[in-house]
Design a protein. Sequence first.
Length: 522
Amino acid sequence: MTTSLFNRIKPDQIADRLDGEYYAKELLENESKLNLFIQVTLENCVTNIRNAISDLTSNGSFEFLRGIQFNHTSGIPYVRTQNLMDGYIDFSDGIYVDLKCKDMVAKSLCETGDLIVCRKGKVGAASAVSADIHGAAISENVTRFRLDKSYDADFLATFLNSNHGRMRFLREATGVIQKWINNEKLRQIRVIRIDSSAEKYIGDKVRQAEKLRAWAKRLEVRLALLENKIPISKHVVREAKHSKATLSYLTENRLDARYYANKHLDLYAQFTDDFESLGTIFSKFKYGASIAANYVNTDGLPFIRGNALSPNRINKDDIVYLNRSLEDEGNNYCIEEDDILITRSGTVGVAAHVTSEYAKYWYGSFIIKCTLSNKLYLPAYVSWYLNSWVGQQQFRRLENGAVQLNINIEELSSIAIWKASQEFQNEIQQLLFEQISAVNLSKLLANTAKTLVEALIEGQLTEQQLIQAQQALEDGDNSLDQAILSKLSAEGYAIEGATPLFSDVDELYSLLEEAAQAEAEE
C-alpha cells in the first residue's frame, strides 16, 4: 500500500489515534466502501455464554501457562499462528498439548463452527474451525469466537481475509517492527452483514475447498499405502556408532560413514533385476538456469525455482517471473510436458512431473530436468516412486555437502527404480491426477470466496446475484453459479480479457461430487 506524505481529513474523521498512517487515504477510502454495508462488531457476533471470546490467557496467568507440556505426536491439537492460513488451518507441522494438561487449556478449546483470528504475526488471518480440528487449543496470539448460530463462520473469515478486511485490520493494528492488535480492539473490529443466502453462497465455496483438501489428503494416504507394493522390505535396522561394509559395497568417491549406514546397505542389497537405474530410462539430464533474482510481474517469463516443487506437483503460487528481455537466452532452459523436475540442492530429491499447463516454463539452477526415453514408464509414476520412501532413502544416501546438501547428475542417474506393471502405473497416475486436481481446485475455491467478497464491496457484483445463485443451487440448478464462476480470474471479477480462474467448471462439479461420495463412504 502506498501512502502520501500528507493527507487532509475532516474533523469528524479524527479518532483516538494520532499516527498519520491511521488516516491514510487508501484506508479511509476502504472504510467509506465498507460503511455502505450493514456492519456489526465481532463482539456482537458471539453467542451469550461464558468465555465466548477466548484465547490461551483466558485459562490463567503466563506463569501458570508455562506449566503446559507439549509434544509432536498426540494429545490436544494446539493451533499457533503458523497453522492459521487464509480460510483454513494447516496442521501439517502442528504440536499437541499433553492430555494431562487438558484442564489448563479448557477455557479456550475450539468447537466446529467457531471463528479464530490471529492477533500477532499474521495479523487478521482468520478461519472457521472445521470438524477435523474440533477440540483444539489455541495459542496466546490467536483468539477464538464462539458465534451465534445466525452467523456463518466461513463467510466472516473470508471477509477478514479479503483485501478490504485486511486493510481494516491493518488500520487498527499497532507496532513498528511487528504489527499486532489487542483483544479489546479485536472485539471491536466490524464485519459486514449481507443476506443469509448470499453469505451461505460465499461460505459454501470455502467449505467446498475444505472438502477437496480433505479428499486430497485421503488420496495422499492411498498413494502412500501403495508404496507397500514396491518389492522392498523396510527393515527396522538399529543404527550403531560403527557399521561394517564389505569391499563389494565400497566406492572410490565416497568414504563418509553415513553413506555406508546399515539401513542403506540393507536397502541396496534388495535391488534385483526388477529394478533399473534412472540413467537407463532417461535420455537427458540438464541443470537449470542460473539467473539473478530480478523478478517482474506476471507479464514476464514464468520461472520455476526449487521452492516451487512439492512432491509430485508444481506449486503455481510460488512461480516467479523473469524479464522478457531474457527470452533468447533461455530457450535451453524450458521444460516440456512429461519432463520430471528434481531438486538437486538444499532440499534434495523433491520430484514433480510436468503437466501441460507448465510446458515452456523456465526452471532454475537448483533443479535438474530429466527427459524420459523409455515409454514403458509413466512420468507420474516416476515422480511418485522418487518421492516414495524407497526413492527418498536413496536420495538421503547419495546427497552430500558440508554447508548445503547437493546431488549431481551422475549420482542421480544411479538411483534404482522399480519396473512396475503398466496396470500399477496407471493406478498411480489416476490417483495422482485426482489428488493434484483436488489440491489446485481447493486453492481456486478459497480464492473464489475472497474475490466474490471483494467484487461485492467494489460494486462489481450485487447481493441479489448471490442470493439468486444460492437459491438456484438449492433447487438443483447450477447455471447461475456457473455464470458467476466463469467471470472469475486471477485478476478479479469480470475483468475483460483475463484468463478464467476455472478452465473447466464441469471438472470442478465432478470432483466435488466424488469428494462428497468418498466422504459419505467413510
